[in-house]
Design a protein. Sequence first.
Length: 326
Amino acid sequence: MKTQILTLLKEADTYISGQDICTHFGVSRTAVWKAINQLKKEGYVIEAVPNKGYYLKTSPDIISYSEMKSVLNTKWIGEELYFYEEIDSTNTKAKQLAETGATSGTLVVSNMQTAGKGRRGRQWESPSETGIFMTLILKLDMNPSKASMLTLVMALAVVKACNEVTKSTCYIKWPNDIVLNKKKICGILTEMSAEMDYINHIVIGIGINANVDSFPEELKDKATSLKIENGKEVKRAMLINRIMVHFEHEYEIFMHNESMKAQIDEYNEFLINKDKEVTIIEPSNQYQGIALGIDEIGKLLVKKEDGKIEAVYAGEVSVRGIYGYI
């Protein structure tokens, strides 16, 4: 009930009478009053005027089940939504849900993680009330060898949404980071369960430093937040919605081609590595070169000092000027 009333208040541009709300949902005035009070306690500023009704004046930066459901205007993502005030890892939970029947498009969102996961087993700092921590479940018919490109598809959606919502100029650091003013604001972690030629499920985790005010001394030169760089808070639920709207669009294009063929040029426009000196760090090799952009299957093309072009599939990539060398 609370979620439906919140959605109704957000859609209205004027006062809605208590009686109209009762009639719309077939509930009592007491039920409406209780729901309105719950929303007020959560921080929503709702004006109640006799003979006029209720009007939502302002919404706080809040992530909750009701808030997410009231702002999501996606086609299929988030129809099945799981929200947790605190969780160990949204990726871990998403994998559990995927294994027990969760459908493609299921979205797991948390206000805080106690064991957030980054690439190569690193931990992702996940403070309460300030970040975006979410994981999308996908179940698709595709060869597992192509799944890694979904990280790039999500990166394209995230960078577009961040730039749209905050009027920032964010870029992609191949393969899975979003940077702003040469500092990291977002990491993307894609994990897959698959057989030799069949994908059981894929989960794509996104962690965004949205409204973080400060970072530990050891991270100040490498990490930042949208709030620090823009000087104002971002509505996290709104940003989540725009990311998922963009992802649905990019995913449709990707699935049509099963490659980055139609998205190469746009991706490379956002690629902060492009035409920059990079160090490629592989398990048994390390070399420098100039990043030329990605190819149709998402590999990073690097022109080595001897003129040879390498297509980098895996490995840690460090870009001069972007967090320094690793």
